[in-house]
Design a protein around this ligand. Structure first.
Ligand SMILES: O=C[C@H](O)[C@H](O)[C@H](O)COP(=O)(O)O
Length: 224
């Protein structure tokens, strides 16, 4: 196991403190959340999960974690998710695993949102990680052209067979290679105004707690 994986594991283990029996828990997507699911199963926590991807649902089924559709619950107590990059203001980029749309819907319906990341993902300014944009396929060439003209260096994400990645909700992904996002809010507003964009991977003012795994665990709390 790499050091980065060990740090992801540490962050995932620390997140268990926020989960109690009987809770409805939003379950994110990705390798860090995968460690969390293992711990939830090992500890036999009696939770009801609301998942953010087919991958997470599959893993929950394999581990015997109960899962229900988001529309079957009247609230979500806490959601625990990974992130691809986190800045000093606890804003982040998500969607490296193409799950950003379902993740944002679950996050927006959760009382508390907790991110679990390893320390390599924390940067003072967002943009090192390419920003995923979920789009409809019709007219995607035009959208790419618009993003090129803005200097965003867009790349349509392809799968191993060279076909456009199709998300769990049936869309495609464009990754923007921005390197330095000086005003995430302004960029989010621009992206939201583009017809054909379903959702973007900028998660602004969403995380309440960020647990960073490193040699030590560091926890940031928005309310502090
Ligand atoms: O679409 C994927 C999600 O936003 C993930 O939470 C993110 O990519 C982090 O994944 P990982 O824990 O594998 O680094």
């Amino acid at each position: 196991m790499t050091k980065q994986d060990l740090f992801k594991q540490k962050a995932a283990r620390a997140a268990l403190d926020y989960i109690k029996d009987g809770m409805i828990v939003g379950l994110g997507t990705g390798s860090t959340v995968s460690f969390l699911l293992d711990y939830i199963s090992e500890k036999e926590l009696d939770i009801t999960g609301v998942t953010t991807s087919k991958d997470t649902s599959r893993k929950c089924r394999a581990l015997g974690i109960r899962v229900v559709d988001i529309d079957m619950v009247d609230h979500i107590d806490v959601t625990i998710d990974g992130a691809d990059e986190v800045d000093a203001y606890m804003n982040g980029i998500k969607g490296g695993g193409a799950a950003l749309l379902m993740e944002k819907i679950v996050a927006n319906n959760s009382k508390t949102n907790i991110w679990i990341v390893d320390e390599t993902k924390v940067h003072s300014v967002l943009g090192s990680f390419p920003l995923p944009i979920e789009i409809i396929s019709y007219g995607s060439g035009k959208l790419i052209q618009n993003f090129e003209e803005k200097g965003y260096h867009p790349v349509l994400r392809l799968d191993n067979a060279g076909n456009p990645v199709v998300t769990d909700t049936g869309h495609n992904i464009i990754d923007l290679n921005l390197h330095y996002i000086d005003n995430p809010q302004e960029l989010a507003e621009y992206l939201e105004s583009q017809v054909g964009v379903v959702e973007h991977g900028l998660f602004i003012n969403i995380a309440d707690v960020v647990i960073i795994g490193g040699e030590q665990i560091v926890t940031h709390n928005r309310k502090q």
